[in-house]
Design a protein around this ligand. Sequence first.
Ligand SMILES: [Zn+2]
Ligand SMILES: [Zn+2]
Length: 178
Amino acid sequence: MVFAPDVVEALGAAAELVNSAIEPDSLTTIAQLQALFDDWGYTGSRPRTSRELEAVRAVRPRLRELLVADRDTAVELINAILAEQQAIPQLVRHDHLDWHIHAISPDRPMHERTLVETAMAMVDVVRADEMRRLQLCAAQDCDGVVLDLSRNRSRRFCSTTCGNRSAQAAFRARRART
Ligand SMILES: [Zn+2]
Ligand SMILES: [Zn+2]
């Protein structure tokens, strides 16, 4: 495996959050935010107010910038987040995860936790020099972020919808030529 399980989870959560901003926006209700919180196994206080929803929605552009940054820019963004949030790395063990690092307390608001957890996961991506694991979706007119953890780095689309759409477009193009 390329990254530790907690890093994989943090990157997956960040990519899903970033891609939720693609129109039609799929993070507009507290229920959607809570589903994301539950799906990605966040610990700590579960978000339940529209203020928390707005705060999470508002960090999406910053997460996006970080996920698709080049390596040196990513370092600047990571360091800025960790300093601003006064991150303190601590080893913790909970649920199904063996010892891993949390750099922010679980009682902090979800948007701050997401920022720090994404930054900490990106520390590993930078150190392993695996920036290519994060790409923009290959489908035309899609700004989705693709997290590719496959062995042969074969993932090109952010969703099956984008993959199907591109396959159909290629098929039509081939047929038009014959
Ligand atoms: Zn954890
Ligand atoms: Zn896409």
